[in-house]
Design a protein around this ligand. Structure first.
Ligand SMILES: NC(=O)c1ccc[n+]([C@@H]2O[C@H](COP(=O)([O-])OP(=O)(O)OC[C@H]3O[C@@H](n4cnc5c(N)ncnc54)[C@H](O)[C@@H]3O)[C@@H](O)[C@H]2O)c1
Length: 444
């Protein structure tokens, strides 16, 4: 069993830590935020992620938490799991990574620095040079990008599709690959640059699929096709597969937006204009705003209208609000003069939601509302089209930004319904909406 040090107690660092502890290793996790370390010391997880509290509890004797970088002395493997947010230029900000290199204490046992943070191609070579410059030539370096997604992070860590291990020296890759052997998953061993690119390319491809199906949805709206059926028919083709073909109001979160920008900038800094990725990003930005057009088409001016935003986290089963589409929607609605109420089962508030009244239940959120918008597909919202909700609303209009509901059942329950890329029905015309406003060609 290895002794593992982890820098960063965020989603990736903590999940990595509790999972390696579950596999029997001794793990010390270092962060720089005292409240996080104190909470973890008490056995509390500072964010919402299923299975992490149970693994933390079960493996407490193998886990320790510290603010002191010196406490990683004695660890053979040092995982870097710090955040790499975008700079104003759109590049990845590697300042936290460099802090870790500067803070590494003298290491008496031979150690390997393992990069799990998502970094631009070429970072490993720079870190290698930085370690050498600090007199740490004996510290090995491995790129081991992380592919977990929030909401299913533990499950995906324990059952990954593959593990990527990029190294300058085979001898450094071996102990890292050995850590993952119990997971019985393919291990892609390669050079450091390729490992870094695999992560960026995988994310870019997933985003491309999302923007692709969203554009297909927009064409479906203009032509009367149903994107849900289209995605089903497309996804059953074994060459294409069903994943990430769900039309909606666009991706958000801590990874996709920043990683797409970082890859675009990386290409551009290297003299290449990544046209496809630029389009993927632009489509996503426009997609978030389409809900506003849909609301206006039903309600006319939004000034003074009451709109309920249902689901605020960037996706279900997390309380992560980084780049959540709800933030863009709320800000656009407030700018249009609407009154916005928000509900989410785990997000209690966020600085970017200033002006939004957060309430504790769906029924409170829709009370007197002219429209309810499903922003995040929390399972609780599957039951939205019910009598209690219809009675509470001033206008029974549901804009389903995630295609969560069954349109026929929702209409049968007395709601006007509009999804993303789904055919309209004459019953979706609210009493005050004219036929002209309802024309499909205006549905853009
Ligand atoms: N969140 C995801 O779903 C996900 C998935 C795959 C990859 N990633 C990548 O993994 C990295 C981490 O992401 P995250 O979501 O866990 O970030 P996060 O912001 O949740 O956590 C990062 C943590 O690092 C800590 N930190 C900063 N500087 C430090 C230092 N010098 N020493 C120790 N700790 C320090 C921060 O205080 C914070 O707690 C990013 O590069 C991200 O792109 C994230």
């Amino acid at each position: 069993m290895a002794r593992i040090g982890i820098f960063g107690a965020g989603w990736v660092g903590l999940v990595t830590g509790v999972c390696f502890a579950e596999l029997g290793h001794d793990v010390v996790i270092r962060d720089i935020v005292p409240e996080k370390i104190e909470a973890l010391g008490r056995g509390e997880v500072p964010f919402h992620e299923r299975d992490v509290p149970e693994l933390l509890e079960r493996n407490r004797r193998r886990l320790s938490f510290t603010l002191d970088a010196n406490d990683v002395v004695g660890c053979e493997l040092l995982f870097v799991c710090v955040d790499t947010p975008p700079t104003y230029a759109g590049d990845a900000d590697l300042s936290r990574v460099w802090s870790v290199i500067e803070e590494l204490p003298p290491l008496p046992v031979r150690s390997i620095l393992v990069m799990k943070s998502t970094v631009p191609v070429g970072t490993g070579a720079k870190v290698r040079a930085g370690l050498d410059a600090r007199g740490l030539a004996d510290v090995g370096y491995v790129s081991n990008p992380e592919f977990l997604s929030e909401g299913r992070a533990v499950e995906e860590f324990m059952h990954p599709d593959r593990v990527v291990v990029g190294a300058f020296e085979d001898a450094d890759a071996d102990p890292v690959a050995a850590l993952y052997e119990p997971l019985a998953t393919p291990i892609v061993r390669c050079d450091v640059n390729s490992a870094e690119m695999i992560k960026l390319a995988a994310n870019a491809f997933l985003m491309t699929r999302i923007s692709f199906i969203n554009e297909i949805a927009n064409v479906c709206e203009a032509t009367g096709a149903d994107v849900v059926k289209v995605a089903e028919g497309v996804g059953l083709d074994h060459r294409l597969g069903p994943h990430f073909l769900r039309a909606g109001i666009g991706y958000g979160g801590s990874c996709f937006p920043k990683d797409s920008l970082a890859l675009k900038q990386l290409a551009s800094n290297s003299g290449y204009h990544f046209q496809l990725l630029s389009a993927v990003i632009e489509v996503n930005e426009l997609q978030k705003r389409r809900v506003i057009g849909k609301l206006k088409r039903h309600l006319g001016s939004l000034a003074g209208r009451k709109v309920a935003l249902l689901g605020l986290a960037f996706k279900p089963n997390t309380d992560d609000m980084r780049e959540a589409p709800s933030i863009v929607l709320a800000s656009r609605l407030l700018a249009e003069g609407a009154e916005v109420r928000g509900w989410d089962p785990v997000v209690a508030g966020h600085p970017a939601l200033g002006g939004v009244e957060l309430v504790g239940s769906v029924v409170e959120a829709v009370q007197g509302a002219d429209a309810a918008v499903i922003v995040t597909e929390w399972p609780d919202l599957r039951e939205l089209a019910r009598e209690e909700v219809r009675r509470a609303m001033a206008t029974p209009l549901i804009v389903d930004g995630r295609n969560l509901l069954d349109p026929a059942l929702t209409r049968a329950a007395g709601f006007a319904y509009e999804g993303i890329g789904r055919p309209m029905s004459p019953t979706d015309v609210l009493p005050e909406t004219t036929e002209r406003e309802f024309a499909p060609e205006l549905n853009r």
